[in-house]
Design a binder for this molecule. Structure first.
Ligand SMILES: Nc1ncnc2c1ncn2[C@@H]1O[C@H](COP(=O)(O)OP(=O)(O)OP(=O)(O)O)[C@@H](O)[C@H]1O
Ligand SMILES: [Mg+2]
Length: 227
């Protein structure tokens, strides 16, 4: 494989609970080249969201290393890690994480504004239109349906054309047709901008469209080969 954009090296995550130490992830190891797409699949509770959060530098591993675009994420301080994240990553959370005091347009403009772009409004409007929310620009998250909130979260992640897009069940709240449209957008971003995709999904069809399928069972990677 050529230069990896993501490299996960022996990542283990343990937490303390009332009964002792719980191992959520056990020595996970894989690497992705730029432009690759990977699906993380596995049963509920197997550790998929935890792994995605660690790759994003939002959660810390107990042991192991994550390299993102050449940066050893957990060797960096909090601020430097946040800067790498802002420069390289789009993240779509399972719970969307929209800012409630900003409307749809403002939520999508935010990452562009953080990059100091002066065309934020036009780009954010266009991206919301592409996810089918051109008529919902000034709606606040609390009046949007679950699927509409998910599409705002996707638009916010897509709009900066990140080097890496991490998405946790990105079509989980969408009807079939809208889900298809959103997936098309994601693979378009992959083709046109070279964005590396890492998707957690329960949808076999989506998993099959990815270059790689990473199967997690009870915190262990059981298959990690090219398909
Ligand atoms: N901070 C924590 N403390 C204790 N247990 C945790 C913590 N975070 C996650 N877990 C446990 O670790 C396991 C993996 O959680 P995770 O959210 O990664 O699963 P998942 O594969 O994303 O599941 P789903 O498909 O339901 O979203 C679960 O059993 C969860 O209860
Ligand atoms: Mg999850």
């Amino acid at each position: 494989m050529s230069e990896s954009i993501i490299s996960v090296e022996r990542v283990t995550k343990q937490v303390q609970d009332s009964t002792g130490v719980l191992t959520i992830l056990h020595e996970i190891e894989f690497a992705l080249a730029a432009r690759q797409s990977a699906a993380i699949v596995g049963a509920s509770g197997s550790g998929k969201s935890t792994l995605l959060s660690i790759i994003a530098g939002l959660d810390t591993p107990s042991t192991g290393t994550v390299r993102l675009a050449g940066h050893d994420l957990f060797a960096l301080g909090e601020d430097a890690r946040a800067a790498v994240r802002a420069a390289q990553l789009g993240f779509v959370f399972q719970s969307f994480q929209l800012l409630g005091n900003l409307n749809a347009l403002e939520n999508v403009m935010l990452p562009l504004e953080l990059q100091g772009r002066n065309d934020a409004r036009a780009l954010a409007t266009e991206m919301l239109r592409r996810v089918g929310l051109g008529e919902r620009l000034s709606h606040y998250p609390k009046v949007l349906s679950g699927g509409e909130q998910q599409r705002v979260a996707l638009a916010r992640a897509f709009v900066v054309k990140p080097a890496v897009l991490l998405a946790d069940e990105p079509t989980g709240s969408l009807d079939f047709a809208t889900g298809e449209k959103v997936m098309e957008l994601m693979f378009e971003l992959n083709r046109e901008s070279g964005t590396t995709l890492v998707l957690v999904t329960h949808d076999r069809g989506i998993a099959a469209r990815c270059d790689r399928q990473l199967h997690i069972e009870a915190g262990r990677l059981v298959v990690a080969e090219a398909v």
